[in-house]
Design a protein around this ligand. Structure first.
Ligand code: NAD
Length: 431
C-alpha cells in the first residue's frame, strides 16, 4: 500500500502515512525554503524551520462504554516558539498522522506571522473517529489527552484550540482537566471555550468572518461586486456553513455547496437558511437530497468565487485547468497543490492562500486568550472591529509583497509569515 492515498496498514499492523500527507509537508517546506531565500536567509534558517522544534507522541488508554479498554494515539507538535508560546488546534480524526500534525503546526506559525500575533505555531491530533464514539467516551479521551501532554502545554507555553471534529464542549472538558491538575482555574490554557467559561464572542464564526473579509478584499482587487457574485463552497462544516450564511446575507448567490458525500447545485442560488437548518453537527446535508453532484464536479462549476473549505489536496495539476472561478479563497488548510497554484496564478486567477484566508480563527483565539489573561471581556462589536482591522492589514501586506516582489500570493504570504519568526530566532541567538 505504500504510496496509496488511503490509510493502509503495514505488515506489523501500524498505519502508514498516506502520500498526500507527506506531499502537504514537503510542499510547505518547499515554499518556506523559497520564502526564506527571497528574504535573504541562509539554509541554516531553513533547517531550523522545516520541522517542529518539539513533537510529542502519546498513547491514551480510554475505558469504553462496553467495559473494554482502547488505546488511542495522539500527537502535539510545537513548531517554533521564538516569537512567543505556540498555539494551534487539536484535531480528532481517523486520518490524523504525525506528518499532518507537523505540517499543520508549521502553517500555524505562518498564520501567526501573517496576522502579527505574539505566537509560534502548534498543533495536536488524536487518531479516532468521534462520530462513532459516545459523549462520555469522547470526554474521557479529551481528558486523557490533556493529562498525557500536560508537561509541554500551558497558558504561557502552548495553547490548544478546536479543529476538525472538536468543539467548545471538548475545549471545556480539556480546560477543566488542566485546571484540576494545576489546582487553579486556568481559562487561558485553551481557546474556543463556551462563553460562560471565558470564551470570546465571535470565536465560532471567526474563521468564516476572516474568509469573508478576504473575499471582499480580493473582489475589490478584481473589480467584482460581492453582491450578486456566484460563489461555490466545498465543505459545509464550521468554516463552510458560517461562510455560506455570511455570503448569502451579503447578497451573493451561493450556487454550490458540498459535504463529504456530495454537492448541491442551483445556478439561481441555494436557499442557505434552509440548508443550515437541515445540516447535522458534522456538516452533512447532501444525503437528504437525490439530485446531487460529485465534489469533483462542484469544484469545476461555473462561478466567480470558489472557496475550498473541507480538506487538503482538492485542486491539483489534474483539475486546475478546468477551474472556472477567477478568485479562489482557501478556507481549508492545504486544498491546492504547489503545481496547481502556479497554473492558476499564471492564468491570472487571484488565489488567497490558506495561511492568510483562514487566519480569522487564530486571531479571535488570540483575543480570547488576551481577555482570559486580563480578566476583562469585550463585546461582540469590539471583537468584530479588531478582527476586521487585523485581516485587512494582513491582506494588504501580502498583496503588496506579491505585487512588489512579483510572486504569487502563496509565496508572498509565506514571506510575510516567516519574517518575524526568523528575526526572533536570530535575536535569540539560535542562528
Ligand atoms: P468541519 O469538520 O466542521 O467540516 C468539514 C466539512 O468538510 C464537512 O461538511 C464535511 O462533510 C466536509 N468534508 C469532509 N471530507 C470531505 C471530502 N473528502 N470531500 C468534500 N467534503 C468533505 O471542519 P471545519 O472546522 O469547517 O474545517 C474545514 C477546513 O477548514 C479544514 O481544512 C480546517 O483545517 C480548516 N480550518 C478550519 C478552521 C476553523 O476554525 N473551523 C480554522 C482554520 C482552518
Amino acid at each position: 500500500m505504500a504510496g496509496s492515498d488511503k490509510m493502509g496498514k503495514t505488515e506489523n499492523g501500524i498505519k502508514e502515512e498516506p502520500k498526500s500527507k507527506q506531499n502537504v509537508l514537503q510542499s510547505t517546506q518547499t515554499v518556506i525554503h523559497q520564502a526564506l531565500g527571497k528574504l535573504g536567509y541562509s539554509d541554516e534558517m531553513f533547517e531550523l524551520m522545516k520541522e517542529p522544534l518539539r513533537m510529542m507522541t502519546v498513547r491514551i488508554p480510554v475505558r469504553m462504554d462496553d467495559g473494554s479498554n482502547k488505546i488511542f494515539t495522539g500527537y502535539r507538535a510545537q513548531h517554533n516558539d521564538a516569537v512567543g508560546p505556540t498555539k494551534g488546534g487539536v484535531r480528532f480524526h481517523p486520518n490524523v498522522s504525525e506528518t499532518e500534525v507537523k505540517a499543520l503546526s508549521i502553517w500555524m506559525s505562518l498564520k501567526a506571522g501573517i496576522v502579527d500575533l505574539p505566537y509560534g505555531g502548534g498543533k495536536g491530533g488524536i487518531v479516532c473517529d468521534p462520530r462513532e464514539m459516545s459523549f462520555p467516551e469522547v470526554e474521557r479521551l479529551s481528558r486523557g489527552y490533556v493529562r498525557a501532554i500536560s508537561q509541554i502545554v500551558g497558558p504561557t507555553k502552548d495553547i490548544p484550540a478546536p479543529d476538525v471534529f472538536t468543539n467548545s464542549q471538548i475545549m471545556a472538558w480539556m480546560m477543566d482537566e488542566y485546571s484540576r491538575m494545576r489546582e487553579f482555574d486556568s481559562p487561558g490554557f485553551i481557546t474556543g471555550k463556551p462563553l460562560v467559561l471565558g470564551g470570546s464572542h465571535g470565536r465560532e464564526s471567526a474563521t468564516a468572518k476572516g474568509v469573508t473579509i478576504c473575499i471582499r478584499e480580493a473582489a475589490k482587487k478584481k473589480g467584482l461586486n460581492v453582491e450578486g457574485a456566484r460563489i461555490v463552497i466545498q465543505g459545509f462544516g464550521n468554516a463552510g456553513s458560517f461562510l455560506a450564511k455570511f455570503m448569502f446575507d451579503a447578497g451573493a448567490k451561493v450556487v454550490g455547496i458540498s459535504d463529504v458525500y456530495g454537492g448541491l447545485y442551483d445556478p439561481e442560488g441555494l436557499d442557505i437558511d434552509y440548508l443550515l437548518d437541515r445540516r447535522d453537527s458534522f456538516g452533512t446535508v447532501s444525503k437528504l437530497f437525490k439530485d446531487t453532484i460529485s465534489n469533483d464536479e462542484l469544484l469545476e462549476l461555473d462561478c466567480d468565487i470558489l472557496v475550498p473549505a473541507a480538506i487538503e489536496n482538492q485542486i491539483t495539476e489534474s483539475n486546475a485547468d478546468r477551474i472556472k472561478a477567477g478568485i479562489i479563497v482557501e478556507a481549508a488548510n492545504g486544498p491546492t497543490t504547489i503545481e496547481a497554484t502556479k497554473m492558476l496564478s499564471d492564468r491570472g486567477v487571484l488565489l488567497v492562500p490558506d495561511v492568510l484566508a483562514s487566519a480569522g480563527g487564530v486571531t479571535v483565539s488570540y483575543f480570547e486568550w488576551v481577555q482570559n489573561n486580563q480578566g476583562f471581556y469585550w463585546e461582540e462589536e469590539e471583537v468584530a472591529k479588531k478582527l476586521e482591522k487585523v485581516i485587512v492589514t494582513a491582506f494588504d501586506n501580502v498583496y503588496r509583497v506579491a505585487s512588489v516582489r512579483n510572486v504569487d500570493m502563496r509565496l508572498a504570504a509565506y514571506m510575510v509569515g516567516v519574517r518575524k519568526m526568523a528575526e526572533a530566532s536570530r535575536f535569540r541567538g539560535w542562528i
